[in-house]
Design a protein around this ligand. Structure first.
Ligand code: 9PG
Length: 444
């Protein structure tokens, strides 16, 4: 780490803001003395944190971006990667007496901002400049969606989707998005699970019912059990000892990374999305995409963030310019300019707090913190997705979650089994999907 600056602060009023690496990574502002959220174990770190090691527990770390509000009336400092879409240095802030001591692992800029709105106002003005520098157009408005995940999870069946299709006539839903569970394995996207007799037929029925068709994939993950892993070991990103790079562990298996710089792997992935396009799918939730930016040895000698951005361009090319692209589990800054919408939070859950206190895991508390902290991104980099509304009676404190979605939801989605909704749930779903979404959540 190299020294960047030392900022005098009033420790009783100062705030330090950490930007987390990807959608699920904790991202919030802290008062000095409050310990920042950290991963519960090393396997979680692989997905949620960029850096290969973490600083001491009382050191704040942003990935590519931190903000220090000194709390003494002086200007707010936005300390960010000098080139946010190309490199994401770790930026650490230690509080030493009445100073914030900032260091970074790469080149950063220290921008002082005396404008209104505190941390979020300063971030909004920084984001305006980043977007202008890249020549970004205003994001296109998001469609409303129904998503299968938060009711059925991986147990979803073809008839679950049909049953919900039959119940949505009174709701303003544009896209029916089938989430994880239609496929037999992670990586084998065109092989259906036994619970889906006819995947293209299902998407045809979705379209016949006057909805757009949406699908979930995790394009850069290869499950250890998949046919892709067995048939094409040469398509995996490798460590320098030759072992496959770990992209984490989920679905009871180890996860590896598809090397999209390998021409055959790239052709395979493009073929998957061209097939989906032939099936009439024009909404894509691409998930766990942090995997495409992991460190490792690739076929082409490009840095991981370049590999990631080229892989997103490859997907965009295959899905077509008009398809709507939602990033999830996605590195935030390296995705700027490449997605229409971005999940800015960990997963919502019926439970308010995550089971083990790791707020990168499902729960409303972490989702709410991130949705607030990343409000400045909305309208500048993309449309913010705070995660779906869940409004059925077994959702803890459901009024709070609905209020959050109403205030910070750019992409509006419903993810209940519609037969589970009582009158409040149905009314709230209808209202939140109908609301006009503002261009910005934070004015600059
Ligand atoms: C499908 C889901 C849903 C959801 C996504 C993502 O192991 N993990 O750390 C972990 C984190 C998030 C997660 C799953 C596992 O959820 O955010 O909306 O699409 O995948 O599997």
């Amino acid at each position: 780490m190299r020294p960047v600056t030392e900022i005098p602060i009033d420790p009783s009023r100062a705030l330090v803001h950490e930007q987390g690496w990807q959608s699920w990574s904790p991202s919030t502002s802290y008062s000095p003395g409050t310990l920042p959220y950290r991963p519960a174990n090393d396997i979680r770190r692989i997905g949620a944190w960029r850096a290969e090691s973490l600083p001491a527990p009382d050191v704040y770390r942003g990935e590519g971006l931190v903000v220090v509000d000194p709390g003494d009336g002086g200007p707010v400092h936005v300390i960010a990667s000098a080139d946010p879409t190309a490199s994401v240095p770790a930026i650490d802030v230690s509080i030493v007496d009445s100073r914030a001591v900032v260091s970074a692992s790469g080149e950063v800029t220290d921008r002082t901002d005396a404008g209104p709105g505190g941390v979020q106002g300063a971030l909004a003005r920084w984001a305006d400049d980043v977007a202008a520098g890249l020549g970004l157009a205003a994001p296109r408005p998001a469609p409303t969606i129904w998503c299968s995940w938060y009711q059925y999870f991986t147990k979803v069946t073809e008839s679950n989707v049909d049953d919900n299709l039959a119940l949505m006539d009174s709701l303003p839903i544009d896209v029916v998005q089938v989430d994880d569970g239609y496929q037999v394995e992670i990586g084998d996207w065109l092989v259906p699970s036994p619970d889906f007799a006819d995947v293209p037929g299902l998407f045809a029925r979705i379209r016949d019912s006057d909805h757009r068709a949406g699908i979930w994939t995790a394009p850069f993950l290869v499950g250890a059990r998949s046919a892709v892993a067995a048939d094409h070991p040469e398509w995996l990103v490798r460590n320098y000892d030759g072992s496959p790079v770990s992209a984490g562990h989920n679905w009871n298996q180890d996860l590896y990374t598809l090397d999209t710089t390998h021409p055959d792997a790239a052709e395979y992935l493009a073929g998957v999305y061209r097939t989906f396009r032939d099936w009439g799918i024009d909404f894509h939730k691409i998930d766990f995409v942090y995997a495409g930016a992991l460190f490792g040895r690739r076929y082409a000698e490009v840095d991981p963030i370049t590999a990631y951005r080229e892989a997103l361009a490859l997907i965009r090319d295959a899905i077509g310019p008009d398809a709507y692209l939602l990033g999830c589990g996605a590195p935030q800054l390296p995705s700027i300019g490449l997605v229409d919408a971005m999940r800015v939070s960990p997963d919502i859950a019926p439970a308010y707090m995550p089971a083990d206190g790791d707020i990168s895991m499902p729960g409303q508390w972490g989702a709410t913190l991130n949705g607030i902290s990343r409000a400045f991104q909305h309208g500048r980099f993309w449309i913010n997705d705070p995660d779906c509304l869940v409004a059925r009676p077994d959702v803890e404190r459901r009024e709070h979650w609905a209020a959050h979605v109403s205030q910070f939801g750019g992409l509006r989605g419903s993810s209940d089994g519609l037969d589970q909704l009582d009158e409040w749930g149905l009314e709230t779903t209808r209202r939140l999907l109908s609301e006009q979404v503002p261009r910005y959540f934070v004015e600059s």
